[in-house]
Write a protein that binds this ligand. Structure first.
Ligand code: SF4
Ligand code: SF4
Length: 68
């Protein structure tokens, strides 16, 4: 089981995690965060393989992925 922590108010909406996720798990939210950006949201966590590409590539440390 995967636990995905998305600190949406740290996200600057750069889209790198969406682009690099090999499983298509992430997309942009339609709601602005407190910084005025559209943060990411999860489409389907059951497709996440906990590869951590998104966590490693995020320049704002907005994602943490844990495999439990
Ligand atoms: S851990 Fe891997 S599969 Fe899961 S959302 Fe991040 S990039 Fe996608
Ligand atoms: S890589 Fe980080 S800052 Fe960029 S969209 Fe993803 S969570 Fe937001």
């Amino acid at each position: 089981m995967v636990r995905f922590e998305n600190k949406k108010d740290k996200c600057k909406g750069c889209g790198l995690c969406i682009e690099f996720c090999p499983e298509g798990v992430l997309e942009f939210s339609s709601e602005l965060n407190s910084l005025g950006y559209y943060p990411i949201k999860i489409i389907d966590i059951s497709n996440c393989k906990a590869c951590k590409f998104c966590e490693l590539i995020c320049p704002d440390s907005a994602i943490k992925v844990f495999k439990q």
